[in-house]
Design a protein around this ligand. Structure first.
Ligand code: SF4
Length: 247
């Protein structure tokens, strides 16, 4: 058949294909894994849940999926029932865990994203260990990974990135990032085509100007080209920055 009659893959197909590629290349999933999805209700983690539920035949592994949403005393996904319903449609059980993030602040301390995400991450890890999960899947994508790398480089003078696979010394779980090969725009298109929940964070503390600034600079630097972003990811992989032994 002539090339001009070949069908172009749609966004859902691209998401499943690139998710499968990341899972296979980084050995993210094994038979018997119990994987806890960190489900914020946003497009990234919800598309990831959809993809992980759908790629079983492609990766030929038997694994269990469940989702945990963390609510707090100042911010929560207002569309939790829609999220729970979509996850149920993909056979993924949903749990909502309340963490009083502000309530844990010491007197005189101000609320900030670093404190909040540390509290949430600790609770996520504790929950996973207590419930016998051996992996936690996070919905960070290619743009997040590149932004974090440049932010660490420019702000801290460090060569470090968000690993695609990370294990802990302290906890018997691994973090995995199956969306690492996907650009944010591909995830947005998939969510739109599949009618997947795209709840937007309404957190009153959520104006992360440093990340927004980094995003703009990277867009100018890469010209928004997916090929350039993937080359950067390849360089990070060659520098051994995408798999981390212990933390
Ligand atoms: S944006 Fe809000 S919910 Fe997200 S880490 Fe920052 S403080 Fe926490």
């Amino acid at each position: 058949m002539s090339g001009r009659f070949l069908r172009r893959a749609g966004a859902p197909e691209i998401v499943r294909k690139l998710c499968t590629k990341a899972v296979l290349e980084y050995n993210l999933i094994d038979d018997g894994d119990r994987i806890l999805i960190a489900a914020s209700g946003g497009k990234d983690s919800t598309v990831m849940a959809w993809a992980l539920a759908g790629i079983r035949p492609a990766i030929k592994k038997n694994y269990e999926l469940a989702a945990l949403h963390i609510s707090s005393d100042f911010c929560s996904c207002c569309k939790k029932s829609i999220l729970a319903g979509q996850l149920a449609g993909w056979n993924i059980p949903f749990t909502d865990l309340f963490v009083p993030v502000i309530g844990r602040l010491k007197e005189g301390r101000k609320m900030n994203c670093y404190w909040c995400s540390t509290q949430r991450r600790t609770e996520l890890l504790k929950y996973a260990v207590e419930q016998g999960f051996n992996k936690i899947a996070l919905g960070h994508h290619l743009d997040d990974i590149i932004e974090t790398f440049f932010m660490n480089l420019c702000a801290r003078g460090e060569l470090s990135a968000m690993p695609i696979r990370l294990s802990y010394r302290k906890y018997p779980v691994e973090l995995i990032r199956p969306l690492a090969y996907l650009e944010e725009q591909q995830i947005v298109s998939c969510a739109t085509e599949q009618d997947i929940l795209k709840a937007v964070c309404t957190c009153p503390f959520g104006i992360n100007s440093k990340r927004r600034d980094a995003r703009k600079k990277i867009a100018a630097f890469t010209g928004g080209s997916g090929a350039v972003k993937r080359r950067i990811l390849r360089a990070l992989a060659a520098g051994d920055l995408l798999v981390s032994g212990h933390q």
